[in-house]
Structures are given as C-alpha cells and as structure tokens.
Design a binder for this molecule. Structure first.
Ligand code: ADP
Ligand code: MG
Length: 241
C-alpha cells in the first residue's frame, strides 16, 4: 500500500458567515496515494474548485484535517505553508494565474527559484517542463504573445516542473483543442505513473477516463466513486445520474 500524498478527513468549507454563508463542502474524506490519478466530476457549484484549493493549501478548511505527505496543513505557519506549496504542490488554476511581465520559461522557473534553487538550474528544470508539454520553442515569449491554449500549457508546465508530489489541476484543458487536451492528459498520467498524486477537475468523461478513480461531487459531498473506470461511456452515464 503506497503512502497517501493527500489526505482529507471530514473536511468542510463555508464561505462568509451568518445568513449569507454558503456551505461549499460538507464532509469530505478522501485520500490519494503516490502514483494515483483521481478525477473529480460534478455539476457547477458542487465544490470541485473549493476541494482543490483546500487540498493545495490555497485556502483553509472550516472544519476537518488536511495532510500533504503526512504534514497537517492546519497548524502550519503561513511561511511554512507557502514553502510546502512551492515544493510539493503543483497547481493549475482555471484562469492560469501567469505573470504577464515574465516570459514563459521565467514563469515556470519562478517557483523553483523562490525555493532557493539557482536560477541556472531552475531555468533548466523549466525548459524540461516546457519540453514535456511541447512548447519549448515558446520559452522566451511573454504572456501577451501567446494564445489562450499556449498560456494554458505554460500554466501546466509550471505545475509539473521539478517533480511535485501533488499535482492539482482545475479544468486545465478548457482553452485547448481536443488533441492538445489529450496530450496534456497524457502528461498528467505520466506524472502519476512517475509517483506523483494527481487530482484533476474535469467535466469531460473522456479526460476522466485517464484516471484510476473518479470522484463525483454533488452539493459539497462525495456522492459516488468509480474505480478503474477506463470506459468513457460508463463514466458518462454515471455523471448523468
Ligand atoms: P465548482 O468548482 O464545483 O463549480 P466551487 O467550489 O467553485 O464549485 O463552489 C462551491 C460553492 O461555493 C458554490 O455555491 C459557490 O458559489 C460557492 N463559493 C465558491 N467560492 C466562493 C467564495 N470565494 N465566496 C463565496 N462563495 C463561494
Ligand atoms: Mg470550479
């Protein structure tokens, strides 16, 4: 049994307080082991993005515990949390979150450099990641010189640079054509096969079919789980019920 890279225990998340409070997650318990690729599906507003941002330490849970590689996120000092995020977690945001004044390779290298790796090594790692995503030739372009799909690929390269143990991707193929989307899924699959834990939010059954396990969220609860469901038709029928 491989150790859990990510573990959530009875996690709840509410936004706001009082009458306007929104409960985004109710009671989520789950774990993802090393080498495991988990897809998260569910209708809009079901809590998928909330689940990912809690797992990546971008936001704090209202209740429950979250562990990344055995370290509880709950008690971490903000600086320690930032360090753990940079070292262990690769995050692909829905809206990319790239820095416009940096080139593609600088965007990808930045988290490594912040971690104290020499600029030269960080740049090499960044070039490797861009190469894996198939956009090494765009390394010196600035963000406004790239299409939406190209920016999305830079965001994915930034998430996988330097072998992060936990890779979290929130609908990372939205701006990509389907061939490029499949390529990206292949890269995420490969990251899992190399020992990372991967959690992907997607509404496309075809993409979920790359996963070892699919979690279905509804109204902030895990309502169903399908293992080894590599048949998109089966997944699609499950997503509908
Ligand atoms: P999904 O990604 O599945 O669409 P989200 O996690 O974004 O779902 O949202 C779950 C619920 O929490 C929704 O009702 C949404 O409106 C609410 N929500 C998400 N983020 C916030 C926020 N920052 N402030 C208030 N409500 C939020
Ligand atoms: Mg979302």
């Amino acid at each position: 049994m491989s150790p859990a890279i990510l573990r959530l225990s009875k996690v709840a998340k509410s936004y706001g307080s009082g009458a306007t409070s929104v409960k985004a997650l109710h009671d989520v318990t789950m774990e993802i082991g090393a080498g495991e690729f988990v897809a998260v599906m569910g209708p809009s507003g079901s809590g998928k993005s909330s689940l990912l941002s809690l797992a990546g330490g971008l936001d704090t849970a209202s209740k429950g515990k979250i562990f990344v590689e055995g370290t509880s996120l709950n008690g971490l000092h903000i600086n320690e949390l930032a360090r753990l995020r940079r070292r262990a977690v690769g995050y692909v945001f829905q809206d990319f979150n790239l820095i416009p004044t940096l080139t593609a390779v600088e965007n990808v290298a930045l988290p490594r450099e912040l971690d104290g790796i020499s600029p030269r090594t960080a740049r090499k790692l960044a070039m490797d990641a861009l190469g894996r995503i198939g956009i090494a030739s765009l390394a010196t372009r600035f963000m406004d010189e790239l299409s939406g799909g190209q920016q999305q690929r830079v965001a994915i390269a930034r998430a996988i640079v330097g072998q992060r143990r936990l890779i979290l991707a929130d609908e990372p193929t939205g701006a990509l054509d389907s061939a490029t989307g499949d390529e990206i899924l292949g890269v995420l699959r490969q990251c899992a096969d190399e020992g990372s834990a991967v959690m992907l939010v997607t509404h496309e059954a075809r993409h979920a079919s790359w996963a070892d396990r699919v979690i279905f969220l509804r109204d902030g609860l895990i309502v169903d789980e399908a293992s080894q469901a590599h048949d998109p038709a089966v997944l699609f029928s499950q997503a509908q019920h």
